[in-house]
Every structure is written in C-alpha cells, then in structure tokens.
Write a protein that binds this ligand. Sequence first.
Ligand code: 5GP
Length: 165
Amino acid sequence: MLKSIVLFFTVLFVFSSFALSTLPLKSHASTDTVSAIGQYDENNIFAKILRKEVSATVVFENEFVLAFEDIHPVKPIHILVIPKGKYRSILDFSEKASDIEISALIRALGTIAKKMKIAQDGFSIMSNSGHDGGQTVPHLHFHLLGGEKVAWEQTMRSQKVDIDN
Ligand code: 5GP
C-alpha cells in the first residue's frame, strides 16, 4: 500500500514537472497598459534602469537623455529613448519639461538614428500614451525602429502578440 502511494506521488511529481517545463516562459515585460496622466511612479522599470538598479544595453547617454535597446525588439533596431527627468508621458513632458530637456530629447533622436546607422534607409519614431495608445511603462519613451521596413501598426500589434505567447 505504502509503495503504491509513493509510486503515485512520484509519477504525479514527474508529470507536473514535465507539464510545467513545457509552458512558454512568460516575459517579465508587462502588456498591461497604464494611464498617461497621474503621479510619476518611482518604481517603474525605466526609473530602475535610470537608477542602474536594472541593467540595460545603453547606446546613448547625456545629461538629459538615456537610450537603450528594447528587451523585446520588434525590428532589427529597436531603441528606447527616454528623458532622465520624471515624466510619465508626452502630456506632462510637453507641459512641464524645460526647453533644454525638450530640445535635448529631439536632438538625441536624430543623433541616435545616425549612430545606429538607420539614417540612410529610414526609421520610425513612436510614443504610446495611455491605455488607448498602448503605453505599458509609465515613463515617457520613444521607440526608435529601423533596420527593415516599419509598418507601424502591424509592428506594434505583433509585439503585443509576441509578448503574450
Ligand atoms: P510601451 O508598451 O509602453 O510603448 O513600451 C514599453 C517598452 O518597454 C516595450 O517595448 C517593452 O518591450 C520594453 N521593456 C519593458 N521592460 C523592459 C526592460 O526591463 N528592459 C528593456 N530594455 N525594455 C523593457
């Protein structure tokens, strides 16, 4: 009797381990959208990257701007360009950021496009705001996409599908 119980639990354990191991790994990047308005959340992932608590592959940095590779690139070149200031979205950035912060960010976008060697063939820049925009990280960021043709709507849609699966 004891032998059968042990055998039963052993089989159950082996089967559950196998079943769990076949599940797709869930990405740590969330697909939950966030509001573009409201208080700045100090614990958002980009704030952690800025504080160097989370690592990222940085491609450009100056006093006002940080740019790093997206963890789930949807194009051969997929860079996230963010202001170092605490802005949740384009709404508070356009309202509260200084002229120097705003110009630094726009200038950085051009500089990074050239640095990533996508200036010649072209690229797309997008920034998602709030729930309808599909924003998932509540720190203003611009997606710089290139390295192949960008059909922006399909690109962003397939990104969300890839993360879900
Ligand atoms: P959104 O959906 O807000 O427009 O874009 C957020 C982006 O941040 C997504 O493309 C997602 O892949 C990226 N992302 C989320 N978490 C991390 C992370 O920990 N590191 C990096 N490098 N990118 C991240």
